[in-house]
Design a protein around this ligand. Structure first.
Ligand SMILES: *[C@@H]1O[C@H](CO)[C@@H](O)[C@H](O)[C@H]1NC(C)=O
Ligand SMILES: *[C@@H]1O[C@H](CO)[C@@H](O)[C@H](O)[C@H]1NC(C)=O
Length: 186
């Protein structure tokens, strides 16, 4: 009996915290997963797997909307787009970027396994996102995400180096998760 009451109280407390922090807070699952991503995206790994193992000046074709730099975030942080929506956008752009890189790799390529591990982390992160806020993003972000997923190969008009895609992924991730996840060294 006591145990049941305590559990109910505990549950209510968790719901309260979520309600108060609302969508601006990154859930713990996101923080853990993005920390793992940060480890995987260390400079030495990006350099080796995304540059040294590719031909010199190798690029992949992406859409303009698949390039998300810190400057995009700065521009969109103008009061009309929530931090949660920006993280949602980052997630979609970044997981798409990893897919674009994987598309050009044969299974025996030395970077294949690395991109597979990144994919798995993004898959896990996708589950965190689908839980509680898919419908809560602002129209401008929802439209961008739709565009990113709807376009075919014919609309890819920008050539980007694989490492640049992951450089942006990491930089933007630090911008968006550093404060809510309390990363000290960002
Ligand atoms: C980021 O900005 C560039 C222009 O600097 C633009 O082409 C691109 O579509 C923007 N990305 C997103 C996801 O809005
Ligand atoms: C804020 O940014 C969004 C997305 O880039 C844009 O659509 C909107 O017009 C901007 N609003 C202001 C007030 O600058």
């Amino acid at each position: 009996m006591m145990a049941t009451i305590n559990m109910q109280q505990g549950y209510a407390a968790v719901l309260c915290v979520l309600a108060v922090l609302g969508l601006e807070a990154a859930a713990p699952g996101e923080c853990e997963l993005t920390r793992l991503l940060q480890d995987k995206l260390q400079y030495e790994m990006r350099l080796q797997y995304m540059k040294h193992y590719f031909p010199i000046d190798y690029t992949v074709q992406v859409q303009y909307e698949e390039v998300l730099r810190p400057s995009n975030i700065t521009r969109m942080r103008n009061g009309t787009v929530s931090e949660a929506a920006l993280r949602y956008l980052w997630f979609h752009v970044s997981s798409q970027a990893v897919l674009r890189i994987r598309e050009v790799l044969p299974e025996k390529h030395p970077s294949w396994k690395y991109t597979q591990e990144l994919c798995q982390l993004f898959d896990a992160l996708g589950k965190e996102y689908s839980k509680y806020r898919q419908t809560d993003v602002e129209t401008v972000v929802a439209d961008l995400v739709k565009l990113i997923h709807s376009a075919g190969a014919e609309s890819r008009s920008k050539a980007v180096r694989p490492k640049a895609l992951l450089d942006n992924c990491l930089k933007v991730m630090r911008m968006l998760y550093g404060v809510p996840c309390r990363w000290e060294s960002t």
